[in-house]
Design a protein around this ligand. Structure first.
Ligand code: ATP
Length: 563
């Protein structure tokens, strides 16, 4: 599938528009149109229903060690600045960027790639920042220009070695920047924090600085105690949240894949350290299944376990669910969701302060004065398993928990296993990336016969019925003989329960085609026979099969098919 066709369809039929388009757009920001908003809502609602409201708290799920509860939160975008210091985002959430003194453009250091080229006795490293599929053409064009050669002399350039990332090159004076004509125009790489900064209150001093959240997860960690205290959840349990996140990405690209404002769907699953690895595997597998159940094909999906050297120091396992987006070179995949075993890093950071990255993760980082550099909340974010304590205290021979802790004081974790900092498994998904994957997967062109039996190319969005923006279209075959009246009544009955579209204009074949192009899975047509036997034609988008069903059974039939 060519990405250009999908992008054009998204604009033409109202799935996605560039933000502020009439002013020339704003790079990295996208608006969802009338159909796009429904599609994305359906993605988020499917996630919420499958992970939270529809979750069975009582049964042990397949592959999981025990039953568990799921609950939700909706936290603010702007939070106390200390949250980002303790989470590590203030110090560590950055990319390296380089500026070009000649073109005045800015690039992500790790995204510039190039090849060594030699001609006229000079050897230079020609770089590019375009997509992988166009890299070679771009460097060739620019090398010709640099060496002042004509296209027919392309053979006189000797290319040495494959494409390599710029960070591997240590001769900056030989580098031709992606949009420059002279050598050595790039600045040294500089750190660039990805958090958007803003000001809270009218004074606007540095002490009023705040940040737009770069992830939704931290709202869950800082509310951990509130959820424990206000509900009766017991470990293991999960808290889910979906909402906007903001990252000042240096090079937003690939449609909505890398945006500066986007939505996440995150779960923090709190469990006992001893079962955390099992839970990690459970969530990894369950989340992968979620995408396949909603229609992403196995061939385009992969679960990639991170190698040990890719893992954060606190993580004992991280896997990415990746999708072969059509804008990537063949064989490459882009991240849809990351599932990370985060240990007790986050809760402990918010309790105690910023953790020292390189050494003992339980140690609090100290500033030059010997005091903790970032102080945590100081609040007790441990979990006390009162049921287990009540069960076992008499067997252990203790009257109170205090007495038990006192006895074990010399041990590293004196309260364990009854009181501990839970471990966390984090399945962190992007609503926009998932929506984009469903759009890419759905786009299909096939050939269907028209009314005269001639084959016509049809564009069809094969969305899973749960995700389709419009579930059903209702048509009267013709605009007379009382058919519109019956069709309108049917439309109103269905519309009370689901997104339905009514159309009575033009040839019915053309009406079907318009619905195919926006992914409507079912069409119901009221015709002459309806008036005789109270049945209508139900047409299936994918199989093109048509069958007659009773008028008063349409709602139940659709509900059963949509699931
Ligand atoms: P990447 O490596 O692609 O930048 P990440 O590893 O930084 O992603 P996480 O911090 O794990 O991403 O965020 C979780 C999810 O949020 C990602 O899997 C993705 O679906 C989504 N996401 C992250 N950054 C963006 C973005 N700039 N635009 C759209 N979605 C994003």
């Amino acid at each position: 599938m060519e990405m250009d066709k999908l992008v054009a369809l998204c604009k033409r039929r109202g799935f996605l528009f560039q933000s502020s388009e009439i002013y020339g757009g704003l790079n990295g920001f996208w608006d969802y149109g009338p159909l796009g908003v429904e599609l994305k809502r359906n993605v988020k609602e499917a996630w919420w229903r499958d992970m939270v409201t529809g979750h069975d708290d009582l049964s042990v799920p397949e592959g999981g060690p025990s039953s568990f509860e799921m609950t939700g939160l909706d936290c603010t975008i702007i939070m106390h600045p200390q949250v980002w210091k303790c989470s590590g985002h203030y110090d560590l959430f950055h990319d390296f960027m380089v500026d070009c003194r000649e073109s005045k453009r800015r690039y992500r250091f790790d995204q510039i790639r190039g090849r060594w080229a030699e001609a006229k006795g000079q050897r230079i490293f020609v770089t590019t920042a375009v997509a992988a599929a166009e890299e070679q053409a771009d460097v060739e064009r620019r090398a010709l220009k640099y060496f002042n050669l004509r296209s027919k002399d392309a053979d006189s350039i000797h290319w040495d070695g494959d494409f390599r990332p710029l960070p591997e090159i240590d001769e900056p004076s030989q580098v031709l920047a992606p949009d420059a004509r002279a050598l050595d125009t790039l600045t040294a790489p500089r750190e660039f924090n990805l958090m958007f900064k803003t000001t809270v209150g009218a004074l606007g001093g540095e002490e009023d600085a705040a940040f737009l959240r770069p992830e939704t997860a931290q709202g869950i960690f800082v509310n951990f105690k509130n959820v424990l205290d206000s509900t009766r959840v017991k470990i293991p349990f999960g808290i889910a949240q979906s909402g906007k996140s903001f990252r000042n990405e240096i090079t937003p690209r690939n449609f909505t894949f890398r945006s500066r404002e986007f939505e996440q769907m995150e779960i923090e699953f709190f469990c006992h350290p001893d079962t955390s690895h099992q839970w990690y595997q459970y969530w990894r597998d369950r989340r992968l299944q979620w995408y396949t159940a909603l229609g992403l094909s196995d061939e385009r999906l992969q679960l990639r376990e991170h190698d040990a050297d890719e893992l954060s120091h606190y993580s004992t396992g991280t896997a990415d669910i990746e999708y072969a987006f059509p804008f990537l070179p063949t064989g490459e995949f882009g991240e849809l969701e990351g599932i990370a075993h985060r240990g007790d890093f986050d809760l402990r950071s918010h309790m105690e302060g910023k953790l020292d990255e390189n050494t003992n993760p339980l140690q609090v980082a100290l500033g030059p004065d010997g005091k903790p550099k970032w102080r945590g909340s100081g609040k007790d974010l441990t979990y006390f398993d009162d049921e287990a304590w009540e069960r076992e205290k008499s067997e252990l021979g203790f009257k109170s928990f205090k007495e038990y802790v006192k006895q074990r004081q010399s041990e590293p974790q004196p309260g364990a296993p009854f009181q501990y900092v839970p471990h966390v498994i984090e399945p962190s998904a992007g609503a926009d990336r998932a929506t984009l994957a469903f759009l890419c997967e759905a786009y299909t062109e096939d050939e269907v016969p028209d009314e005269k039996g001639k084959l016509q190319t049809r564009t069809v969005m094969r969305f899973h019925p749960r995700l389709a923006p419009i579930k059903c279209a209702v048509f009267p075959l013709v605009r007379k003989d009382g058919l519109p009246e019956v069709a309108r009544d049917l439309y109103r009955t269905l519309k009370a329960q689901m997104a339905v579209f009514y159309d009575e204009k033009g040839a019915v074949g053309r009406r079907y085609r318009r619905q195919d192009e926006i992914g409507t899975p079912y069409c119901l047509t009221v015709d002459g026979q309806t008036l005789e036997d109270q049945t209508v034609t139900l047409r299936d988008r994918d199989s093109l099969e048509q069958c007659r069903i009773p008028l008063d059974n349409c709602l139940a039939e659709l509900q059963q098919r949509i699931g």
